[in-house]
Design a protein around this ligand. Structure first.
Ligand SMILES: NC(=O)c1ccc[n+]([C@@H]2O[C@H](COP(=O)([O-])OP(=O)(O)OC[C@H]3O[C@@H](n4cnc5c(N)ncnc54)[C@H](O)[C@@H]3O)[C@@H](O)[C@H]2O)c1
Ligand SMILES: [Fe+2]
Length: 382
């Protein structure tokens, strides 16, 4: 079967990239935007940076901000109802993965109303029509939802994060502007950056990886591991490189899938509202060690991309350990906790393990796994 690759129609990168938004909207003949953002971004004036551009040009918009981190089915349904009343003809998502994913679900349901229950969109849903056109302005450097064909919505009634995969939802234009990310506090920068590194590493070793996706993932590992510490210190270079690195990771993983780091992180978001990046960062080194035997020479290239010296003279055991250690070191340097002791309750592990096994990212894992083995992985982290 042929390998498919889906990317944005257009993307803008670098400081000031958001200034291209109004010309793009006008050039496409759009009249009114339905803007999805979250309450904190509105409060801290991040959303306003884009709204002012629209206002200065007399472009109409309506703001929808009932979006929580780890967004819910209800957030999507309320958004669909508001969109229908708004008279909008395109969506602008301003925010992290939560705002962008909510916009994607709204855009898909508006043009495929038979999926208005939201839960039937889990996995690969047989939607017929493209989403309402989406412009995406990421404000975190992590999920790369602006260039992915995925969105993740929480079904609160089942404590379940649903991964939805649909090439019809990809934003048409992405505005990847590091200045939109400069207000992120240290902890959020670290967590979202480690999410991006997880995408790059899981995407590089996932079952469906191939030469084209490898190119994006290795470059992303290199950019992210050299720039995340600087981004956490809020240097302009660190911010600019992280904005790019997370996007490059998204260009890759969106097209080939991930693995069980994400499968194990999703139930933590659903059950405990653990920030997605924190969950991934804690789980990543443990799952890397578990998966190592199914990755051939790939950890040598991960270690090299992370700046480890002398990888060519290392034995397989040495370069595999070096790759895992480099990830642990970066995680530690940016202040990520080493284990799940403060997060996971032992009695929840059977639910978490089953939920991780049922997650849409699990089949991409390079090594066959089982509920029992995932149980052991969680247990080793508490
Ligand atoms: N679609 C995908 O491909 C994909 C990939 C990975 C993760 N996800 C999903 O994305 C969600 C996580 O997204 P996220 O990590 O980007 O965080 P988020 O969107 O949940 O935002 C987290 C918090 O950070 C704040 N914030 C965001 N940008 C800020 C800024 N510039 N300054 C100050 N505060 C800011 C928000 O207001 C919010 O309170 C999860 O639901 C996850 O499952 C999606
Ligand atoms: Fe992620």
């Amino acid at each position: 079967m042929a390998n498919r690759f889906v990317l944005n129609e257009t993307s803008y990168h670098g400081a000031g990239a958001v200034k291209e938004l109004v010309p793009e909207a006008k050039g496409r003949g759009f009249h009114k935007a339905f803007v999805c953002s979250d309450p904190d971004l509105v409060k801290f004036g991040v959303t306003k940076k884009v709204l002012e551009l629209l206002e200065n040009d007399g472009m109409a918009y309506e703001l929808y901000s009932e979006i929580k981190p780890n967004p819910t089915v209800e957030n999507v349904q309320a958004g669909v109802a508001a969109y229908k009343k708004s008279g909008a003809d395109y969506l602008i998502a301003i925010g992290g993965g939560s705002s962008m994913d909510t916009a994607k679900a709204i855009g898909i349901i508006i043009n495929n109303p038979e999926f208005e229950d939201v839960v039937s969109l889990e996995g690969v849903a047989p939607t017929k029509n493209k989403s309402v056109p989406i412009f995406a302005v990421p404000t975190t450097a992590g999920t790369a939802a602006e260039v992915t064909i995925n969105y993740v919505i929480t079904d609160v009634s089942k404590n379940r994060k649903m991964v939805c995969v649909d090439p019809k939802d990809i934003p048409v234009v992405a505005f990847v502007d590091p200045e939109m990310m400069a207000t992120m506090p240290k902890g959020l920068t670290a967590a979202t950056g480690m999410d991006a590194l997880t995408h790059a590493i899981e995407g590089y070793i996932t079952a469906g990886a191939w030469e084209l996706s490898d190119m994006f993932h290795l470059k992303a590992i290199e950019i992210i591991s050299r720039s995340l510490r600087g981004a956490v210190d809020n240097t302009p270079e660190g911010r600019a490189d992280m904005a790019l690195g997370q996007y490059v990771a998204g260009m890759g993983f969106s097209n080939v899938g991930l693995g069980i780091v994400h499968s194990m992180a999703h139930p933590l978001g659903a059950l405990y509202d653990t920030p997605h990046g924190v969950a991934n960062a804690i789980i990543l080194p443990t799952v890397m060690a578990y998966n190592a035997e199914a990755t051939g020479e790939k950890y040598r290239e991960i270690a090299r991309a992370m700046g480890v010296q002398g990888v060519d003279s290392m034995s397989q055991e040495e370069y595999r350990r070096a790759a895992v250690d480099a990830v642990k070191k970066l995680s530690q340097d940016v202040g990520i906790p080493a284990d799940l002791k403060e997060i996971v309750k032992r009695e929840d592990i059977p639910f978490l393990a089953q939920s991780a096994y049922d997650d849409a990212c699990r089949p991409g894992n390079p090594k066959e796994t089982s509920v029992e083995e995932i149980t052991k992985l969680y247990e080793s982290l508490i």
